[in-house]
Write a protein that binds this ligand. Structure first.
Ligand SMILES: Cc1cc2nc3c(=O)[nH]c(=O)nc-3n(C[C@H](O)[C@H](O)[C@H](O)COP(=O)(O)OP(=O)(O)OC[C@H]3O[C@@H](n4cnc5c(N)ncnc54)[C@H](O)[C@@H]3O)c2cc1C
Length: 236
């Protein structure tokens, strides 16, 4: 990228995006960082569990990366994000380097998965990128079961327990055939009617949605969103 293009990207971003300050950083585990962003504009923003916030992780480029607020303090205009720092690009790098006092350009919040629309039992299927959404779901219902796939299942289980997601949770090793993940999800779905929320790897979201067509009872509601896809940057 030329310097001129980079400067134009900075100018355009300055006009289009809002500015937030990093007011808290907590390194939760080897692969996860929690960041608190504070901005006056957040005090007036329309917050609902499951919204998304986009941030611009690099100067000189327009590219945005998408994250899920765990919770939102409208009085202080503060929002917490949890980033998976082993995702492969500038978003992950931004979380690794985040430091209190740094400024950050943001876009949103905007609607993504309307968790408050869910009624009754919920089956939540996700991966490392879905941890923040799982936390947001906790603020909506205690009637949820969680099935995660992860490269480091023990590490993710420990992280989830630390975040208060310790019961009705299964974390399986991420595998190309997704046999364990689908089996665990089917077992939960067989207990009784539930709404299905599935996010994370695009290939997994597709596989779970397809498999759920044969579940008995069928999910009463399905909310699915691909958060990332192998070999594709900034999917959103
Ligand atoms: C609505 C929405 C909400 C999201 N909320 C969160 C959230 O709260 N926390 C969070 O950590 N992520 C979240 N994500 C996912 C996150 O936006 C993507 O993982 C994003 O691609 C990370 O950006 P990056 O710059 O690190 O990697 P990119 O530059 O986008 O991608 C670089 C490479 O890394 C790979 N990659 C990207 N993400 C992952 C991953 N998770 N695991 C393995 N490989 C990956 C890509 O396939 C690509 O090959 C959300 C996505 C969406 C659409």
């Amino acid at each position: 990228m030329t310097t001129l293009t980079g400067r134009l990207a900075d100018l355009a971003s300055g006009a289009l995006l809002g500015t937030a300050q990093i007011t808290g950083v907590s390194r939760l585990s080897a692969g996860f960082v929690r960041v608190k962003l504070t901005a006056e504009a957040f005090q007036k923003a329309a917050w609902a569990p499951g919204v998304k916030l986009q941030l611009r992780p690099q100067r000189g480029r327009m590219a945005l990366r998408t994250y899920t607020p765990v919770d939102w303090d409208a009085t202080r205009g503060a929002v917490d994000l949890i980033g998976f720092t082993h995702a492969g690009g500038p978003g992950a790098e931004w979380f690794r380097r985040a430091a209190v006092g740094d400024a950050c350009q943001v876009f949103g919040p905007r609607r993504s998965i309307a968790l408050r629309d869910l009624a009754g039992a919920v089956l939540f299927v996700g991966d490392e990128s879905s941890v923040a959404l799982a936390c947001a779901l906790q603020s909506v219902t205690s009637n949820a079961s969680y099935v995660f796939e992860a490269r480091d299942p023990a590490g993710l289980s420990q992280l989830l327990a630390g975040l208060g997601i310790a019961e009705r949770v299964a974390v399986v090793t991420k595998a190309a055939d997704r046999t364990d993940l689908l089996r665990q999800a089917r077992e939960v779905a067989a207990v009784g009617p539930c709404a299905l929320v599935v996010t994370g790897d695009a290939a997994t979201v597709h596989a779970v949605r397809r498999d759920s067509r044969n579940w008995a009872p069928a999910p009463v509601q399905v909310k699915g969103k691909a958060y990332w896809a192998e070999g594709r940057a900034g999917l959103d």
